[in-house]
Structure formats: C-alpha cells, structure tokens
Design a binder for this molecule. Structure first.
Ligand SMILES: [Zn+2]
Length: 182
C-alpha cells in the first residue's frame, strides 16, 4: 500500500491567521486538487493530518469543520480524486494533548487505521510542526513553500534541512512523489 500524508492549511488550501472557520473561507491553493487526483491515479492512499486548534479556542466547532471537509472532499471527488481519511487535532495548545503536531498522535492513529508502518512515508507540510512530527514518526518530510512554507524554510538552518525535500507547492511536489515512491 502506498500512503501519502498531507497537512491541510497552507498545503491543500490557503492558510489564514484568522483560521479557516467556515466552508466559505476554505479556498484551494492553485493546482492542489488536481495534484491529489494525480496521486489517486497512481494508486496512492491520500490522508490528511491537520491541527485545528480553532475548535479548542472556541472559534468554530466540529460541525463547522465537518462542513469544511465536506467542501474539500466534494471538490476533490468532483475532479476525480479521493481523500481516504482526515485526522484532526481539535485541541488548543494549553490542553497538552498527544495529537497536536509536532506530537505524533495523529500519525500513530493513521498507522493503526491503515495497519502500516509510517517509516519512509511521504508527509507534506508547510510548518516546522509538520517537519518535526514527520521526523519523529520516521516519515519523509516534504516542505512546500505555500502557507507558512517560506517562513519555515527561512527558520531552518542549513543542517536542519537534511532529509527534507523542498517543493514550490503541492502541484510541484506530486510528480516527485510519484517517481520516488511508486
Ligand atoms: Zn490534540
């Protein structure tokens, strides 16, 4: 089984400092939907792992999140693709849960759900939290420059970039993933 893990905000859709609180605020990044479809055409299982602390902060609730994900999944399915699972952390940072990235709870949940090891699985994110969660779970971190990506890249010094693949955006990351992991 070939699995790919994607962060959501800043990777699939435009991020916002004000949080994505409603379907109206969920805007796909150019090319991301087709990139997900392309992964499906090459038999990859596509799973999303996303921190949604806006729930813990009381900015929106799980029903709003379900509506946002319905919009995202419909857009992808209309284009011929599929998201096989969405794993989210609803907690605020002060709750000290085990699922908020950079912790690895979401990734362990994915490993159990799909009954596989995450070693060498590509994990695409735009933030340091994604890179750290990927490394702790022995995934291969891929950093996109969309969302917080440019900021993250600037924050990581030369040696810390070891083992991280850098891509302009999801659209540009996908052909490389297909080559490397098929
Ligand atoms: Zn959590």
């Amino acid at each position: 089984m070939k699995l790919v893990i994607l962060d959501r905000d800043g990777v699939i859709n435009e991020d916002s400092d004000d949080y994505i609180k409603s379907p109206e605020e969920w805007i796909p990044i150019d090319g991301s939907i087709n990139a997900i479809c392309e992964l499906g055409r090459h038999d990859f299982i596509v799973v999303v792992a996303t921190n949604q602390s806006g729930i813990g902060r009381g900015l929106f609730d799980e029903y709003d999140l379900a509506r946002i994900h319905q919009k995202m999944c419909s857009a992808i399915e209309d284009a011929g693709g599929f998201i096989h699972g969405i794993f989210f952390c609803p907690h605020a940072p002060h709750e000290n849960c085990n699922c908020r990235k950079p912790k690895t709870g979401l990734l362990s949940a994915i490993a159990s759900e799909f009954n596989l090891s995450l070693e060498g699985i590509p994990f695409i994110g735009d933030s340091l939290k994604d890179i750290e969660a990927a490394r702790s779970s022995h995934c291969d971190p891929i950093l996109v420059k969309t969302g917080n990506g440019e900021k993250t890249l600037a924050a990581i010094s030369g040696k810390d970039l070891k083992g991280i693949t850098i891509a302009t955006d999801l659209r540009h990351a996908v052909p490389n993933i297909i080559d490397r992991y098929s």
